[in-house]
Design a protein around this ligand. Structure first.
Ligand SMILES: Cc1cc2nc3c(=O)[nH]c(=O)nc-3n(C[C@H](O)[C@H](O)[C@H](O)COP(=O)(O)OP(=O)(O)OC[C@H]3O[C@@H](n4cnc5c(N)ncnc54)[C@H](O)[C@@H]3O)c2cc1C
Length: 433
């Protein structure tokens, strides 16, 4: 532990107070204006939130995973749009440089990343390579003591704020074994030839921004390659993924806690047939099921973070937790939306509905799509541990998304179609009463 227990407890209490007194009251405004006020960014910087996972020697707080998740759980009591601002700096943005960067790269970038002076974006996904991200087309061609980058990246979280892009690009035209055709580059956002697309339009979690990033003859010095060697970019991303999945599991738990809190409050306050709806046993059963789901996820998260901090290899456990937690928050959200929140005027209750309907489901994409996590687990269950790495390397779903939870249209179309059915049909408990 890089900070003592008392300091950590103080930080947790400070963040809790800030989230509940400052962030929760502006959730509706942030959603409506699709913008987090710049003062919030400054407050995050002052609280040291950009540097939770960066070691002290590079200007961060150097928290262990089990400590970091306590802050994430506090932060995600409010809309996940707020956490999105710090997400990449805590994850791939710092960890890739820390784990595989040269000492010169660490000293040049980590203090700025930890302080929040520089916001990072991780650029892997492209218009034609998502799940099959190793099929990326962005090229980095060596030219004397430089590389010239050309290509386009898609869904890049925080790109409109970014001061530094971590760009995965192809340094070999052929696809090489273990994806050694991919290298990672540190590209300052003010490098000539970088152009941002329009902000992605989202149906949920407004305030968290992403967009396309285009690289047109972008020239970077040869020493901008992470670790100083070609062919290591994919391995770098994969190494950061376990911690990223711990973090995203914590996001799911934090959001689920808030949803359940709002649902319980509503069940107590809302009166029908002359009594609070929470008196009806079928409503109680939904809350009880949700609490059990949440408790299981909390236990899983604690165990995972503890093992990670002990230095255990947690690839299997991290994918289990990410799978379970993302589906858990979706289940709880589904129960809440189906329980009549749709017509509630109160802004805070609306947040729960919003998270439920729009923000929660896409976490299934983040940090590894559930389909592919199941494949990872299936492979391990068969005892073929070596294949886990292959599966992960061949199908690094969501590597680029490991630190964000905002919304892209494709999955939401399905959600839009499904939730009104749940509400309109009033679900089983209403029909049965
Ligand atoms: C909120 C959000 C933030 C993001 N932020 C970033 C970012 O900062 N940086 C970045 O680089 N990327 C980012 N992404 C992109 C993200 O990594 C990709 O969306 C993800 O890898 C999926 O790619 P795709 O959308 O092209 O889906 P596709 O690859 O087209 O997949 C479509 C569907 O096919 C299924 N599928 C594909 N292959 C298989 C298979 N082998 N087995 C079973 N099913 C399969 C998938 O599960 C999915 O349901 C973000 C995405 C989201 C949603």
């Amino acid at each position: 532990m890089a900070v003592d227990r008392e300091t950590l407890e103080q930080l947790v209490a400070t963040v809790r107070g800030y989230v509940r007194n400052r962030l929760v009251p502006i959730e509706a405004q942030v959603a409506e204006r699709d913008e987090v006020p710049p003062e919030v960014l400054d407050d995050f910087r002052r609280m040291g939130l950009f540097g939770l996972s960066t070691p002290v020697e590079y200007g961060g707080l150097g928290l262990a995973a089990s400590e970091e998740i306590r802050l994430i759980l506090e932060l995600t009591w409010a809309s996940a749009a707020f956490r999105s601002l710090v997400g990449i700096n805590l994850g791939l943005g710092s960890q890739a440089i820390l784990m595989d960067g040269t000492e010169e790269q660490r000293r040049a970038w980590l203090p700025k990343i930890a302080s929040g002076e520089v916001i990072t974006s991780f650029c892997l996904t492209e218009p034609d390579s998502g799940s099959d991200s190793a099929a990326l087309r962005t090229r980095a061609v060596r030219d004397d003591d430089a590389y010239i980058l050309n290509g386009s990246k898609r869904f890049i979280t925080n790109a409109p704020y970014a001061g530094l892009f971590l760009v995965m690009a192809r340094t070999s035209p052929e696809r090489l074994p273990r994806n050694a055709h991919v290298s990672a580059f540190l590209v300052p956002a003010d490098t000539p030839g970088i152009r941002l697309g329009a902000k992605d339009r989202k149906m949920g979690q407004q305030g968290a921004w992403s967009c396309d990033v285009h690289f047109e003859d972008v020239r970077v010095p040869a020493h901008a390659i992470i670790g100083g060697r070609e062919g290591c970019g994919f391995a770098t991303a994969m190494k950061s993924l376990d911690r990223g999945r711990i973090n995203i599991s914590a996001v799911c738990v934090g959001q689920a806690r808030r949803i359940l809190h709002e649902a319980t409050r509503y069940a107590v306050d809302r009166t029908q047939f002359g009594q609070p709806i929470g008196d009806f046993q079928l409503v109680q059963a939904m809350l009880a099921d949700s609490k059990a789901d949440l408790y299981a996820a909390e236990c899983m998260l604690d165990d995972l973070a503890r093992r990670y901090d002990l230095g255990e290899r947690v690839t299997l456990e991290a994918s289990c937790a990410k799978l379970f937690c993302s589906e858990m928050v979706g289940r709880i959200a589904d129960r809440v939306v189906g329980n009549g929140h749709a017509d509630v005027e109160d802004a805070v209750a609306q947040h729960a509905e919003h998270v439920a309907a729009l923000d929660a489901p896409p976490v299934a994409f983040v940090g590894g799509d559930v389909d592919l996590l199941l494949r990872v687990q299936g492979t391990v269950a068969q005892g073929d541990v070596a294949d886990v790495v292959d599966v992960a390397v061949l199908h690094p779903r969501g590597v680029g998304a490991a630190d964000d939870v905002d919304v892209v249209l494709h999955r939401q179309l399905a959600q839009q179609a499904l939730h009104p059915v749940g509400v309109a049909g009033q679900r089983g408990q209403r029909v049965g009463r």
